[in-house]
Write a protein that binds this ligand. Structure first.
Ligand SMILES: C[S@@+](CC[C@H](N)C(=O)[O-])C[C@H]1O[C@@H](n2cnc3c(N)ncnc32)[C@H](O)[C@@H]1O
Length: 308
């Protein structure tokens, strides 16, 4: 059976966006369209729904789900959301509408269907090839990276993208092990982490390999590259009263969102609706542990100035 995904903070996201019938709603990280299908329904009748995912498999599954929704025009792109501003302007113009979106969602990171697929090598829980690429037609797998880079560079990656306090020791173990046995599988990396972090010092709530896997994946896929600049550009395609909602799952992501929203709010054309991020309720975390690290921020456009 194919794995599913439980959408995070769905009620809070939909309440913040207040999508009206006939409006333009955009999901930049469609996944299995858990949020996206609700957004499309709210935009019907007469609305335009635009979705993006850089993973073709996710896009195919989202397309099936969206096919059941009537009275809304749907346009899907197999693309990075960094292309969102340009593609949204084009899609709106093609549909005979002004080149602005009334609601935009970015639910960053991965969905559960990707994590559970052992062949992708994303999760420490499923043994598989140590790959981790979102687009397997490009770049190198995680195994090649880990068998190549120096200890200082690896330590920096674990620290910057995983907040891993055992970064130095983990990097040292990886570099030592690969001399006799290059890393090939997710289990090889888990073994290195376990050897590096003393049993008595392990976090009881998080699997010891969580931060390492997250850090390597974010770095390998360039998930934070240009995120702040990209969010600033995305703000420019909001309509007057249009709302951008971002869900992030890691301190580096949230920092970029916070800075981009602050930059835009300083121009006076935007309102930073959430000075402090909104967090999932305890009930949601109890029902879906994967929501634990989510932070939601909301930005609203107040006006479109002539020079913007
Ligand atoms: C957390 S999931 C979205 C889940 C979705 N909101 C739902 O409820 O079903 C994030 C999705 O965004 C996609 N993604 C991540 N970074 C992306 C990027 N830079 N461009 C396009 N898609 C991206 C991933 O492939 C994944 O399917």
């Amino acid at each position: 059976m194919e794995a599913t995904h439980v959408s995070v903070m769905k009620d809070e996201v939909l309440a913040a966006m207040m999508i009206k019938t006939g409006s333009v709603a955009v999901d930049g990280t469609l996944g299995l369209a858990g949020h996206g299908s609700e957004m499309a329904k709210q935009a019907a009748p007469g609305g335009l729904f635009i979705g993006f995912d850089w993973d073709q498999q996710m896009l195919n599954r989202a397309k099936e789900k969206l096919a059941d929704i009537s009275d809304v025009e749907v346009k899907l792109f197999h693309a990075d959301y960094r292309e969102l501003p340009e593609k949204v302007r084009e899609a709106c113009t093609e549909a005979g509408r002004p080149p602005y979106a009334d609601a935009i969602l970015l639910d960053l990171g991965l969905n559960n269907a990707q994590i559970e697929d052992a062949e992708r090598g994303i999760s420490f829980r499923n043994e598989g090839p140590l790959d981790m690429r979102m687009d397997r037609s490009q770049g190198e797998p995680a195994s090649a990276l880990l068998n190549r880079i120096g200890p200082a560079e690896l330590e920096q990656i674990l620290w910057d993208f995983g907040d891993e306090r055992w970064a130095r020791r983990i990097a040292k173990v990886v570099v030592e092990r690969r001399k006799s046995q290059p890393l090939k599988t997710t289990a090889d990396l888990v073994d290195c982490v376990m050897a590096a972090i003393p049993a008595a010092k392990r976090d009881q709530r998080l699997h010891p390999a969580t931060r390492t896997f997250q850090a390597i994946r974010i770095y390998l896929n360039g998930e934070l590259d240009g995120l702040e600049e990209c969010l600033i550009e995305i703000g420019q395609v909001l309509s007057e009263e249009g709302v951008l909602v971002v869900l992030s799952y890691h301190s580096g992501e949230d920092r970029a969102v916070k800075q981009a929203f602050k930059y835009l709010a300083d121009t006076d054309d935007f309102e930073n609706v959430t000075r402090k991020p909104i967090l999932p309720s305890e009930a949601e975390i109890a029902a879906n542990g994967k929501a634990r690290s989510a932070k939601m921020r909301v930005l609203k456009r107040k006006r479109i100035s002539e020079n913007s």
